[in-house]
Write a protein that binds this ligand. Structure first.
Ligand SMILES: [Zn+2]
Length: 424
């Protein structure tokens, strides 16, 4: 009778109803990735084991092996050939990388971090080896991959494509980045013609990009040509294999070619989101926070150059990085757009149609030298401002716009910056 009485109690029913809605939201929408994640916001899975920072650009980054949570409720993983060593520094690198990419693109990338120690969960293995049957670890494993799946769906919805980077650290003797495209070391030693055949493109985590990229370049060039990811990193002081400078690991040299995450989340299994595993050496990259920060900055530029050179997006990037001496003066109307990205002959700057009466536009190269500087008035702001870029060397630039508000009597008090890339 007590049960019946409470069943017909309206306030109790309201509580039960609310509970059902909450259970539905948590077990249904959340787990199926139907929650609308807001760019720049951080979300956590159960017990905060998995962290997801939602992004606004089609770049997805994960750190599977550098968690430091060791809950007693999950037993230490013990199995034959189980690896439990952490990839020290990679969680910090991924966080630094997120901030560096946000500065370049104007929007944050998607970041998924496993905060459990590898002794408790290996988020780069099949669930059986990853969690060894522990339900709590299995739940975290599912959340890790569901967050990546949500990030992929968001990238596909907004841009039609994307790039996934799984960041790790290796303990091999040769101090170089090992880029894993799911091609074994002996396969990377094959001639270009073989790598460009459908057979080896079919084995690649760059399968989508190898068959349709913005400049029609071949699979082997994507792996070790001038515009390959490894080559862009090598010229910035981070030797990488494969790259133009170091096209394949020699026989007997240790090399990681990718793992479970690269298989699962790249275009190897189809789709238009490519991926690779980046195994970072220790010296000069993970041995101090300053080194991690430097590496993240260089990696961000390589990602930026690679993405804008090889992909054509169904939407322009519309987020902006804003810095201001007076944040109250910056509102949504102050957003400006730089396009096309990359530019070759001419770049368009679409200025906001706001109350601002004049603008100072300046462009700096990567070392900060001003290569363009001009003042324009509100009339020019009614349409695109065109800047010839034919004489600019290929590279990444920063467009800086200073706004002059009438009420501040001529003081150049608001600065908005956005990245621009030139490729000839
Ligand atoms: Zn690892």
């Amino acid at each position: 009778m007590l049960v019946l009485a409470s069943f017909f109690n309206p306030s109790r029913n309201a509580v039960i109803c609310t509970l059902f809605v909450m259970i539905f939201l948590v077990s249904g929408s959340w787990l199926q990735g139907q929650v609308r994640y807001l760019s720049g916001q951080t979300y956590f899975g159960r017990n905060n084991y998995i962290e997801y920072i939602a992004g606004g650009i089609p770049i997805i980054i994960s750190a599977a092996h550098d968690g430091d949570m060791n809950p007693a409720s999950i037993p230490t993983r013990r199995c034959l050939n189980c690896v439990t060593v952490a990839d020290v520094g990679t969680q910090d690198i991924v966080r630094f990388l997120g901030l560096s990419l946000q500065k370049l693109f104007g929007c944050p990338p998607h970041i998924v971090i496993n905060r459990l120690h590898r002794r408790k969960l290996d988020a780069n293995r099949e669930i059986s080896e990853a969690a060894l049957g522990n339900p709590e670890a299995e739940q975290a494993w599912r959340e890790f991959h569901q967050f990546i799946d949500s990030a992929k769906q968001s990238s596909l919805r907004s841009f039609g494509t994307g790039l996934y980077l799984d960041i790790h650290g290796h303990g091999h003797d040769i101090q170089r980045l090992e880029l894993g495209y799911l091609l074994r070391d002996d396969e990377l030693r094959l001639p270009d013609d073989s790598l460009n055949s459908p057979r080896y493109i079919g084995f690649s985590s760059m399968r989508n990009l190898a068959t349709r990229n913005a400049r029609g370049i071949s699979h082997s060039e994507l792996l070790r040509g001038e515009r390959a990811f490894g080559s862009l990193l090598a010229v910035r002081g981070y030797p990488s294999v494969p790259s133009k400078q170091d096209p394949f690991p020699n026989p007997g040299e240790e090399y990681f070619d990718g793992g479970y995450n690269t298989v699962r989340h790249s275009s190897y299994r189809g789709g238009t989101i490519d991926g690779l595993q980046i195994e970072a050496n220790f010296m000069g990259i993970r041995d101090s926070r300053a080194a991690m920060q430097r590496f993240a900055d260089s990696l961000a530029v390589a990602v930026y150059q690679f993405v804008l050179q090889h992909y054509s997006f169904s939407n322009p990037f519309i987020c902006n990085t804003m810095t201001s001496t007076n944040d109250a003066d910056v509102d949504a109307q102050d957003v400006f757009t730089v396009y096309p990205q990359p530019a070759s002959e001419t770049v368009h700057i679409r200025l906001p149609k706001t109350r601002v009466e004049s603008y100072q536009i300046s462009i700096r190269d990567m070392v900060g030298t001003v290569v363009f500087n001009e003042k324009t008035s509100i009339d020019a702001a009614a349409s695109d401002f065109l800047i010839p870029t034919a004489k600019f060397p290929s590279g990444v630039y920063t467009v800086e716009i200073r706004h002059c508000y009438p009420r501040t009597a001529g003081a150049w008090n608001v600065v908005v910056r956005k990245a621009m890339i030139v490729v000839h």
